[in-house]
Design a protein around this ligand. Structure first.
Ligand SMILES: *Cc1c(COP(=O)(O)O)cnc(C)c1O
Length: 461
């Protein structure tokens, strides 16, 4: 064994303790460090010929890279939709790496079963019935792509061809209808050989991002043969929801696969006051829900659900002599794009075990309350204007006067030490979004953000 490895193996317990202390130190300053640090990086160095050993590497990381990381795990990082990491999720993630399981196949140990049990808990958390089976994937983009891949196989079945065997060309032109799809839908269609132009936008309800069911029915009437509808349960700008029950009712007259992108909006199911937004979710053929957003597990983690695991196996089966037969309960290796992968389920299992449905409901409801409070505060700041009602956990706003992209970028930059908000355009107007999905965020943070907004505005003009 290399001498550095020999030393690190002998000192493993104390090195892990040093790593733990360093992590605790990083987390300890999350609340006070600049949310966005100066954007620079250490000078590049050649690949080390002689390693430094873990102790020296920890020290170097603490000095060089760690101070340049954003406080994305902290309470005022409101860019994109970015959850943090609950204590239990962090412990689960550390132990995932320590145990280094590959849950792809069931030939060794219980890790794949832990993944299935965690999926069952998540199904319950989101109010889905037992017909939905699921797996862990790396994020909502991959979850959407897997859902669309199964939809593609279903379209093939309807047309009497096997896309898995013959390729996407066997299908001809495919139509995917959606009101306000996330950008990852087009990316998924590109990856799947269906093409970005398969995606046909459907008009939304006047002044909203939710699809207009009447316009959707009109579009369905114009499509020849079966197609795919991507419904959106939580749009990124205004957290608007398609009416899932109205869309499901259209299946009486039209033949389509219903995929629901509920990446973060699915968490409305946890709050009795908001669960109605996702009523009808269970009827979907495939569902995407991100876990590294509002479940507050570390990157990278999401779940995909489907009622059609038989079709999923056709797409993703990975037949090899050494992997064993398919069987009644297909191994995960036959269900997702990856073969080998980490046991992502463990972090989710830890946080659900440690805090339960009630703990995670509290996070969701507190985040919603924070978003509402910031929305109220923005209404009282003369230089700012809300662009949409705060429906859930995102506040979309702009400058009351001269809302150019440049001025909004200046405002975001002026805020960046105290809070991170990301730019967007909504209804043609450049804007900023503040998305609340971190378990640490409280009303104290809302107050700090409000004060920072006022201060930055003063400096802006
Ligand atoms: C974040 C998000 C995605 C993409 O998620 P990743 O985890 O970044 O791949 C897809 N759809 C919606 C609605 C999202 O909010």
């Amino acid at each position: 064994m290399h001498p550095r490895l020999t030393t690190d193996l002998a000192e493993l317990p104390s090195l892990l303790e040093a790593t733990r202390l360093q992590a605790a130190e990083m987390l300890g300053r999350l609340d006070e460090q600049p949310v966005v640090p100066p954007l620079r990086a250490p000078a590049p160095e050649p690949l080390p010929e002689e390693g430094a050993g873990l102790a020296a590497t920890l020290a170097e990381f603490a000095r060089t890279w760690a101070p340049l990381f954003s406080a994305s795990a902290g309470p005022r990082y409101l860019g994109f939709v970015t959850g943090g990491v609950t204590p239990a999720a962090l412990a689960g993630d550390w132990l995932t790496a320590a145990a280094d399981q590959n849950p792809a196949s069931a030939l060794d140990g219980a890790a794949p079963e832990l993944e299935r049990r965690t999926i069952a808990w998540l199904r319950d958390l989101f109010g889905l019935g037992a017909a939905h089976e699921g797996t862990f994937v790396s994020g909502a983009t991959m979850s959407n792509t897997v859902g669309l891949a199964i939809a593609r196989e279903w379209l093939g079945q309807r047309a009497g061809v096997s896309v898995a065997e013959e390729g996407a060309a066997a299908l001809g032109r495919v139509t995917v209808l959606s009101g306000s799809p996330h950008s990852s839908i087009a990316k998924g269609l590109s990856m799947l050989g269906l093409g970005r132009t398969a995606l046909i936008p459907v008009p939304t309800v006047q002044g909203r991002e939710a699809v207009d069911p009447v316009a959707l029915e009109r579009a369905l009437t114009q499509v020849e043969g079966p197609c795919v509808v991507v419904a959106n349960a939580g749009t990124v700008n205004t957290v608007d929801y398609d009416d899932l029950r109205a869309i499901t009712a259209l299946r009486e007259r039209h033949d389509f696969w219903l995929h629901v992108d509920a990446a973060f909006g699915g968490f409305a199911a946890l709050s009795p006051d908001h669960a109605d937004l996702v009523a009808g979710l269970d009827a979907a053929d495939s569902i995407c829900i991100d876990l590294h957003k509002w479940l507050n597990v570390p990157y990278d983690s999401a779940v995909q659900f489907t009622r059609h695991q038989d079709l999923q196996v056709r797409v993703f089966q990975n037949a090899a002599a050494y992997l064993g037969p398919l069987g009644e309960t297909p191994d995960h290796v036959h269900l997702t794009p990856e073969n080998s992968r980490r046991l992502r389920a463990l972090a989710a299992w830890f946080t659900l075990r440690a805090y339960g449905r009630d703990g995670h409901r509290e996070i969701v409801e507190r985040n919603i309350a924070c978003a509402c409070a910031l929305g109220q505060a923005i209404k009282t700041i003369p230089g700012l204007r809300l662009l949409a009602p705060v429906r859930l956990n995102v506040v979309c706003f702009t400058l009351a006067e001269d809302p150019t992209a440049e001025r909004l970028a200046d405002l975001a930059a002026a805020l960046a030490e105290e809070a991170f908000l990301t730019p967007t355009t909504y209804a043609g107007v450049p804007a900023l979004r503040a998305a609340f999905s971190n378990w640490r965020t409280t009303q104290i943070d809302v107050h700090r953000i409000t004060e920072a907004l006022k201060g930055s505005l003063d400096r802006l003009s």
